[in-house]
Design a protein. Structure first.
Length: 460
């Protein structure tokens, strides 16, 4: 692609927080393509990869936000003072951006002005606005996490009412952000609240710099492992153990070790980024999560960049295969949660398979998700040159198993929620596939937890 196309010369603001390090990485790779880029991170996180690695991109008021963070960490007084000063600093940045930039790329559900009125003003002034959703902000609340209270007979009605209120607020935010954006980029398994076509997130990707994760630091070969009595190392690094299925992973790993498998199972949570990378460079393969709606989230992509195969379970792989062009599908080991217990020991024994998968995912990172390739695709989006096959029609969104729990559990939650609050509480477009399925559920007799009425079959 010719990077001299319109879009390269845009002055771009990327932010407003460094969610999963995506804005800082995107800013860096766009700057390397010749764009003038400023990266804004109003809420630093101690475990995120450093935002100092911006290359040619420029940080916006990073010292000021670092000072505010220091104040907020010093107790109640600092929290009050920092919380009072931060809105003025952010508003000043907004005023500056009205004159200094041509386009904004905002990630997830944050903005610079309450109510997202900054997006409306940007559009009014002819700025190009791109909104990137990474899942947690756009995925409907009733499809995110277990929601056990909905299944508690004592608190069911109250829990459903509270969940419906949260869904209304969430849908209103998504609708406003999307309406005031020129382009929305979204995971097709999370786009239930979108009412207009959006760009398939997998056609953009997560930018990676070659060599940053030292992918050539290969795992010890099998013969050396036996000679040196080195145990097979499996890494699991859940950001939220409850929704990642960690209890079940721990249980299965304990059972395999009790059965005599020579496994070094390492689970780490809440550790600094450099510690996670150290373990990635020394493990044989990675278990990401059991109930995912993406085959390659941030941690899984870092594992892939180290040349490590990633085992990830979920129910939406068939839906993704039909909505994502083949060249953009990450080649991870994607299975259903029901198959996890049998697939894991088979994979441990099949060393050729996980090593070959490690090479394939590394090749995918170095080709499709290489920072240069991602930057070129993003420049096309900024320039309005978006291929037809990158678009997803909102009516196509029909995934219902969500994230963070079993298919049976999700079905119970949805049926109870519908029984208490009705179809309107879903707050989705009545023309989409998800609404059609829920309508069938709502108009049938409420079955027990094992009911199979109109349930689509999940396939791995």
């Amino acid at each position: 692609m010719d990077t001299a196309m319109p879009g390269k010369d845009l002055r771009i603001l990327v932010g407003p927080i460094d969610t999963a390090s995506f804005p800082s990485r995107l800013g860096r790779c766009l700057a390397e393509k010749g764009c003038r880029v400023w990266v804004l991170n109003t809420s630093a996180h101690r475990y995120h990869a450093t935002t100092d690695r911006l290359g040619l991109a420029r940080p916006v008021a990073s010292s000021a936000f670092r000072l505010l963070r220091i104040l907020e960490d010093r107790g109640t007084g600092g929290i009050v003072l920092g919380g009072s000063l931060k809105p003025f600093l952010i508003f000043g940045i907004f005023l500056w951006s009205l004159f200094a930039i041509d386009a904004v790329v905002f990630v997830s559900g944050r903005s610079l002005i309450r109510g997202y009125w900054d997006l409306w003003i940007y559009r009014l002034l002819g700025k190009r606005v791109v909104r990137v959703f990474l899942g947690s902000d756009s995925r409907p609340k009733y499809l995110s996490g277990p929601h056990d209270q909905v299944l508690d007979s004592v608190s069911e009605r109250k829990a459903c009412r509270e969940l419906a209120a949260r869904v209304r607020r969430q849908q209103k935010r998504i609708a406003r952000m999307s309406a005031w954006s020129d382009v929305v980029i979204e995971n097709p398994l999370c786009g239930h609240f979108q009412v207009k076509p959006f760009v398939n997130w997998f056609c953009v990707g997560f930018p990676h710099d070659p060599g940053f994760f030292e992918p050539n630091d290969a795992t010890t070969d099998d013969a050396s492992k036996q000679a040196e009595n080195v145990r097979f190392k499996i890494l699991h690094c859940p950001s939220n153990p409850r929704i990642k299925g960690t209890d079940r992973v721990d249980s299965i790993m304990d059972r395999l070790q009790s059965d005599g498998m020579e496994i070094d199972y390492v689970r780490i949570t809440g550790m600094p980024h450099h510690v996670v990378l150290q373990h990635l460079r020394t493990c044989d393969f990675v278990i990401d999560e059991l109930y995912s709606d993406t085959p390659m989230a941030g941690f899984a992509s870092e594992a892939a960049a180290c040349g490590r195969a990633v085992l990830v379970a979920g129910y939406g792989w068939e839906a993704l295969r039909t909505s994502v062009p083949e060249e953009f599908v990450p080649p991870n080991l994607c299975i259903t949660p029901d198959d996890f217990e049998t697939a894991l020991p088979d994979l441990i024994r099949d060393q050729q398979r996980y090593r070959q998968t490690g090479k394939e995912v590394l090749r995918f990172i170095n080709d499709c998700w290489h920072s240069s390739a991602v930057a070129e695709r993003f420049i096309r989006i900024l320039a309005g040159d978006i291929p037809d096959h990158w678009w997803v029609q909102s009516e196509q969104v029909g995934y219902w198993q969500g994230l963070g729990t079993t298919q049976d559990h999700r079905e119970q939650v949805l049926r109870r929620f519908l029984n208490n609050e009705g179809l309107k509480a879903l707050k989705v477009n009545q023309n989409n596939a998800f609404y059609a399925l829920m309508s069938k559920w709502r108009t049938t007799d409420h079955p027990d937890a094992t009911g199979e009425i109109d349930r689509p079959r999940a396939s791995g």
